[in-house]
Design a protein around this ligand. Structure first.
Ligand code: GLP
Length: 256
């Protein structure tokens, strides 16, 4: 895992935007895995500011709340429109977000997996990190081989996300999320984390044991994972000096 520490969230978002731009330059018809929450907002603002050309790209979002239709202001479908898609002059040719309202979630999840496969798999998967180490909505104890499915949120995640809904009681209990096995198939995983609230999860993910108790830790097994954090989120890492050394000495051929 490559660990990149930047001064603040703005600097992290700028580096992440460069990785997106590079991916688009490599292949205009790239397939992106996209994330929601507060973490990717700075990156999405950068992509809008640079008017990145997604017109040949395909996107798949990680997750969606069960029971919220695409017009619900807290649905992730709505989030993606207001925070990214509606502001791009060249939006993605094809966007996919799990449908949290279907009568048959199991079939829908299988179809979502099939659509990712049919698109040729995900080239660059963006991920935030839950304070409990979740990725997507794969809560601690999720199977590290899991596929897209319906999940029940932990009280901790409901509490963390209550700020978007006004109260914890309004946060749906269930979600549809790509599985950990699904995420691991992306060719490049990019995890962003900001702030001291994420410091323990970042350390557990990068330096702790690989365990379903911290789902993000499985990314230690991924052949191409970039963890991009600000100073505060890096606070609990043991080998900070080494990670900085590696980044400062990154050979030119590896800068992509
Ligand atoms: C949410 C999302 C995740 C997100 C994480 C962190 O519940 N399902 O995809 O990465 O929790 O959220 P935030 O970025 O707001 O801290």
């Amino acid at each position: 895992m490559e660990i990149i520490i930047q001064r603040n969230p703005a600097a992290v978002s700028a580096v992440a935007a460069r990785l997106f731009r590079h991916q688009l330059a490599e292949r205009a018809a790239s397939v992106f895995g996209l994330a929601t929450g507060s973490t990717p907002l700075g990156l999405y603002r950068e992509l809008i500011a640079m008017q990145a050309d997604f017109s040949q790209a395909t996107t798949f979002n990680l997750d969606e709340y069960a029971g919220l239709g695409p017009d619900h202001p807290q649905s992730y479908a709505h989030f993606m429109r207001v925070n990214l898609f509606d502001h791009l002059t060249r939006p993605p040719a094809r966007t996919h977000i799990p449908d949290g309202t279907g009568a048959d979630p199991r079939s829908h999840c299988a179809e979502y997996e099939a659509a990712i496969h049919a698109a040729g798999g995900i080239d660059l998967q963006l991920l935030g990190l839950g304070t409990n180490g979740h990725i997507g909505f794969n809560e601690p104890s999720s199977s590290l081989a899991s596929r897209t499915r319906l999940k029940t949120l932990t009280p901790k995640t409901i509490e963390d996300n209550a700020r978007f809904f006004g109260s914890a009681a309004d946060v749906p209990r269930h979600v549809i999320t790509m599985g950990i096995g699904t995420i691991l198939e992306a060719r490049h995983c990019l995890v962003l984390a900001f702030g001291e609230a994420k410091a323990q999860a970042v350390a557990a993910m990068a330096e702790g044991p690989i365990t379903a108790s911290c789902p993000a830790s499985v990314l230690q097994m991924h052949p191409h994972c970039t963890l991009l954090v600000d100073e505060a989120a890096a606070e609990a890492l043991q080998r900070v000096d080494y990670y900085r050394w590696v980044y400062d000495n990154k050979p030119a051929w590896q800068l992509k």
